[in-house]
Each structure stands twice: as C-alpha cells, then as structure tokens.
Write a protein that binds this ligand. Structure first.
Ligand code: C2E
Ligand code: MG
Ligand code: MG
Length: 248
C-alpha cells in the first residue's frame, strides 16, 4: 500500500478545458520518502514486477476516471505502458477487462508508449497496436523527440497523439532552437496526428503552441501531478461547476 497514483491534467489549448488526465505512479517509501518513478520503474521491470504493478495502475486509473466522468462524461485518462508490459501477450486482454469492469467506453482510455519501445521490434509493435486499436483505445507516443524514430515506420502505426517531450517544448523562446518544435508540429500535422506538448511551464510556451494549432498541453503552468483529493479541490470536481476549468 505504499503505491499511489497522482494525476496531471491534460488541457485543451483553445479554451483551457481539462479534457484528460495522465496517471503517474508514486511510491512513498517509509524510510526513503518519495522515490521517483524514473528510479523505481526500471527496478520493477528488472525484478519482474512491472506487469503486476502496471496492471494495478491500469485498473485504478480506470476506476478513478469512471468516478470523475459522473461530473464530466467527456473526460479521458492516459496510462503509461512500459516496454516490458507491452511485450506481455495478455496486455490486450488486461486492457479490455480494466475498461469493461469500470464501465468505460474504450475510447476514454489512451495508452502512452515511448518512442524507443516502438522501434524495438516494429512488426510486433504494429501487431499489438492494431489489436489495441481494434479494441477502441487511443494510442499516444510519449517522449517524442528524445529517441531514435524511424519516421517512415512511424507513419505506418495507428497513432492518435504525439506527445512532444519537455526537452523540445523548452526550446520555445530560444531563437535558434524554436525551429525544432515548429518542425515537429508540422510533421504531426502532415501525418494527421494530434499533438500534446509536455512540460509546459511558461505562458510564452502556451502562446506559441496555440498559434501553431497544437491541440493539447500538459505541464506545471496549468497544474503539477496531484493526488485525487488535491485535484478535486483544485478543479472543483463534484461541486456546482459542470466542466473542469482552471481555478486560480
Ligand atoms: P512521462 O510519462 O513522460 O511523464 C511526464 C513526467 O514529466 C512526469 O514525471 C511529470 O511529473 C513531469 N512533468 C509534468 N509537467 C512538467 C513540467 O511542466 N515540467 C517538468 N520539468 N516536468 C513535468 P514523473 O511523474 O516523475 O514520471 C517520470 C516517468 O516515469 C514518466 O514520464 C513515465 O515514463 C514513468 N512513469 C510514471 N508513472 C508510470 C506508470 O504508471 N507506468 C509506467 N510504465 N511508467 C510510469
Ligand atoms: Mg507519459
Ligand atoms: Mg513524456
């Protein structure tokens, strides 16, 4: 019971409406305190526990979304899936049962897989993604721009969203570097894939993304990942308001 989930809002650029959340795993160790997932997830993978913990994340995130959708039925949830989980032959079945048992429509869920995972075994990835798409869940490529992507292969995958990594978003405002986020946005528009910009911390970054037609963003500028209770208070879920908008 030391694991919990925090949720970070994913926000529509055009009107600042919260449209989705990303579930982020937290480990509060009795002696070490909060341990970063960047540290403990590779450990869970190496000791063979990621499938069990990842399954719990999936079920928990789906249950939480079902509760929030009573207040706003359009809300969605994004869940990270690691490379090892992705290779699990029962993944599609686990995803299907998590959705069914929480009573969600499949398109309420989006799975985030990293760019480097996609290229590990392209044909295998394509086959698993195709089965997940048949189920009806959304697929996002996480940390886009940090790994080696075979762009020709990327175009063959059934992808709904490219999540541009913070390292690319943070180039906004840099005279020379700015051409990189611009090019990534143009690439995704040419491929007809939506963009979500990660790690938006500044107003200036958001203005840049809006001006270029980016659909969604996520980052400290709007909200950090928060516990269920902190988020409900912050977004006033379950009170008089019907949609979730920024409350400052
Ligand atoms: P990620 O999926 O790319 O998640 C985004 C990370 O960026 C999160 O770190 C989030 O707290 C952080 N972040 C969000 N907004 C900002 C911002 O404006 N500025 C900056 N500097 N950072 C921001 P976190 O929660 O520490 O997670 C790190 C990574 O651990 C995640 O990267 C993901 O790869 C992995 N992870 C977290 N939860 C899970 C999980 O349930 N399953 C799996 N397989 N991996 C997970
Ligand atoms: Mg992610
Ligand atoms: Mg990311």
């Amino acid at each position: 019971n030391e694991f919990s989930l925090h949720y970070q809002p994913q926000v529509r650029c055009s009107d600042d409406k919260v449209v989705s959340f990303e579930a982020l795993l937290r480990w509060n160790h009795p002696k070490l305190g909060q341990v970063s997932p960047a540290r403990f997830i590779p450990v869970l993978e190496s000791i063979g526990l990621i499938e069990e913990v990842g399954g719990w994340v999936l079920r928990q995130a789906c249950r939480q979304l079902a509760r929030w959708r009573r207040h706003d039925p359009e809300l969605r949830m994004a869940v990270n899936v690691s490379a090892i989980q992705f290779e699990d032959p029962t993944l599609v079945y686990k995803v299907a049962t998590s959705i069914e048992s929480s009573g969600l429509p499949p398109d309420a869920l989006e799975l985030e897989i990293t760019e480097s995972l996609v290229m590990r075994d392209f044909e295998q990835t394509l086959s698993t993604l195709t089965r997940l798409k048949e189920l009806g869940v959304g697929i996002a490529i996480d940390d886009f721009g940090t790994g080696y992507s075979n762009l020709a292969s990327l175009a063959r995958l059934p992808i709904d969203v490219l999540k541009i990594d913070r390292s690319i978003t943070s180039l906004i405002g840099d005279e020379k570097g700015e051409s990189i986020p611009t090019a990534v946005i143009q690439l995704s528009q040419a491929l007809d894939i939506d963009i979500l910009a990660e790690g938006v911390e500044e107003r200036e970054e958001l203005d840049f993304l809006r001006a270029r037609g980016v659909q969604t963003y996520q980052g400290y500028y709007f909200a950090r990942p928060l516990s269920v209770s902190a988020l409900e208070e912050r977004l006033e879920i379950g009170r008089a308001r019907k949609t979730l908008k920024k409350v400052s």
